[in-house]
Design a protein. Sequence first.
Length: 341
Amino acid sequence: MPQCSNCQFQNMPGTTHCGRCGASLLLATALIDVHPPRATRWSKTWRKSRFWHIWHSLNHLSADLARRVDVSYPSSWPSILAAVRLIVPGWPQLAGSKVNLGRFLLGGYLSCGLLAAVCYGTTIGSFFIAVAITIHSIGLYDVAQSSSKVRAVRISRILLGCGLIGLFLYLPLFNLVPQYAAPFAIRVNREPLRVGDVLLSNRNAYVWARPRVGDIVLYELNPVRVPAFEQGRNAVLNLAGQRVDRVLAVPGQSIVCDGRTLTVDGQPSPHRPLNLTFSSLQVSLIVPPDHYFIIPSGERIDGLLPNNENIVRTLSLIPITQIEGRVYWRNYPWSRMGRIR
């Protein structure tokens, strides 16, 4: 017979309420699960890590500080861990009850991010970046929509979440990435570079170091007017703008170029310009301080340039201030993707 936990009265089998005090008898007969849910393998690994102990200590310190200064955390606000999850699209949904939506958001974001990296520097790459940011915004919208029943609160949280993610995640990312992977599109065929090639350069490569012999650099060509003879008549080539080529000598080294071989400090140089068919420069010089010897081998002046040492010096001696970065990768087209050599 079920005994009432309130007054210890013995009741008849099948009764749902105590005959003496009227208390419910269902709690006394309820089944208790002796195998409660346990932590997942990932949770156990995370709690054993040093980062979890640091995070746990910071939570205790922040809670203690809040008690000391009498600061109360509004219960309607998301927890710190929930706010951190907003950084990764789909993470809040995966941690909650919307697992399928979370997988869709995370998979779509990673796919668009990968395609944006592969097509970085092109119009298609910019499109995939925009789609990835849109997917992230959809995740923030879903979290804000389910956080409150008040429409004004939901709208304010959507705007606040998007603003914080944009300010502390995407703005630093968009400022940092171009410093180490600045895209440069080739607009004129200059073998081995072709129209449509997208090259990536490290703009910070020479902030603390100097260019070395063999480095392929993006630089600003010294403006010069080169007399030439094309299609049976005299012509003038105006050379200026950004160029990509290899550093062949550094300050203080002596250069001798006879049109066929290049010697540096009396030894044949193992390095060649990007366009190996270029062979019209003939010069003997010593590279002055803060200048680098770079032959603009992609120009259409092979066989047209007269033996004018002043023009050769102007074309090939580039000040350090005009070297903008080191080129290391061809990102597009996919068929020619790879390291620039």
